[in-house]
Design a binder for this molecule. Structure first.
Ligand code: GMT
Length: 377
């Protein structure tokens, strides 16, 4: 199939899922066209089936806001015609589903019927999309998609609760490529640079937005390091990072916390981590937790959103109520204090992660694509 994938190119879950999905589809022989405003972080154009088309929005003094949706829908129309693309797969409803629908309508005017699959990722529904300024357009474009998927049952339920959606939503969970992880090997030489042998390594990776509850991470770690030797790896960047650095100084633990900023070394950091923290306010899925589990790293998370569909309580880690840092720290110590318990949780985390191997998930998308194309013929 010839598929256009529209996504955000930045660090962040929905972009990562879209890129990895596209690359695996290309690997299976499909022709994939990524359409976005910048070359995505994880996109290596080494496969002849992978194409990248940049959306440019020319500056004009009259525009207070650049009309990105307009440029994106025009680009979609051009690329569909040029490459005879058969299907649009848009990731993150805002504004991609809206722009995709406009492209579909423009193409229809020229006699080209193309189906659109929209994948809902989380904040496009639970935070941003739900804002009254966007809500009518988000509802409209979801209802106008030919097929709608969500990355968890929890997000599906939220979508039906928050919007007036008449379409069926198919749950297709996020995934990881376990073969790639096995090939990279599990022992990294950098561990010794980051921590002493006797120190446990606790890690958090995110875009440091409020929803991630970054201060909770510092507070949980503070309690951990009071009991056992430990280091905290904070990977990523965003609005909450400066405050987190300040909090570490206030608690006098700055020498035990490393802030990496955005990093391309995520796999390496996970490979030497002992525990992953994800105490988010809400998380439709928690891809970062799954990535950690794929590296045999157990997860301490909140129980919000779809996290319980990924992190199995008492098996791959533990879940607590949002904000219950005492319970999260207690659970973390339960895992970290004994080598035997840690190893058991490590094994379990990997076992759970295997359920989300891309090999199991990709056919679910392929089937929906075929169904969407068939329905438009
Ligand atoms: O919140 C993020 O880290 C980024 C955001 C995104 O859309 O890029 O993540 C959302 O989509 C991810 C991929 O499907 C999910 O794993 C995250 O749980 C989800 N974030 C939230 O729901 C807060």
């Amino acid at each position: 199939m010839k598929i256009a994938i529209v996504c955000y190119p930045t660090f962040g879950g929905s972009g990562v899922v879209a890129i990895e999905l596209g690359l695996e589809l290309a690997h299976r022989g499909h022709e994939i066209h990524f359409i976005t405003y910048r070359q995505p972080v994880r996109l290596a154009l080494l496969n002849p089936n992978v194409h990248y088309h940049e959306v440019n929005v020319p500056e004009y003094p009259l525009f207070h806001y650049q009309p990105y949706e307009l440029a994106l829908s025009s680009k979609l129309v051009d690329m569909v015609k040029l490459y005879k693309i058969e299907l649009l797969h848009v990731h993150y409803a805002i504004p991609h589903a809206y722009a995709g629908y406009m492209a579909k309508q423009m193409l229809k005017d020229e006699g080209i019927i193309i189906p659109m699959v929209t994948t809902l990722h989380g904040t496009d529904i639970t935070l941003v999309g739900n804002h009254p300024f966007y809500k009518p357009a988000v509802s409209f474009s979801i209802n106008k998609s030919d097929i709608v998927t969500s990355v968890s049952q929890s997000l599906k339920d939220d979508t039906y609760n928050l919007f007036n959606i008449k379409k069926e939503i198919h749950v297709i969970p996020n995934f990881i490529e376990l073969d790639k992880i096995r090939n990279e090997g599990l022992i990294s030489c950098q561990r010794s640079v980051m921590a002493k042998k006797e120190e446990r390594i606790v890690t958090h990776i995110s875009n440091f937005r409020k929803v991630k509850r970054i201060p909770d991470i510092i507070k949980i770690f503070y309690k951990i390091q009071e009991k056992i030797p430990a280091k905290l790896m904070m990977v990523g960047d965003g609005p909450e990072k400066a405050k987190a650095e300040q909090l570490c100084e206030d608690l006098c633990i700055q020498d035990k916390v490393i802030f990496f900023g955005n990093s391309n070394e995520i796999d390496q950091i996970l490979s030497f981590s002992d525990l992953f923290l994800l105490p988010s306010e809400t998380e439709s899925f928690g891809l970062a937790a799954l990535e950690a589990m794929a590296w045999s790293v157990p997860v301490i998370s909140s129980n919000s959103g779809g996290l319980s569909e990924v992190n199995f309580d008492g098996i791959s880690g533990y879940l607590s109520d949002v904000g219950d840092v005492d319970n999260m720290a207690e659970n973390a110590l339960k895992i970290l204090e004994s080598d035997e318990t840690l190893n058991q949780f490590r094994t379990n985390a990997l076992e759970v992660a295997k359920q989300f191997d891309i090999k199991n998930i990709l056919p679910l998308y392929e089937n929906l694509y075929l169904q969407a194309i068939k329905n438009t013929q």
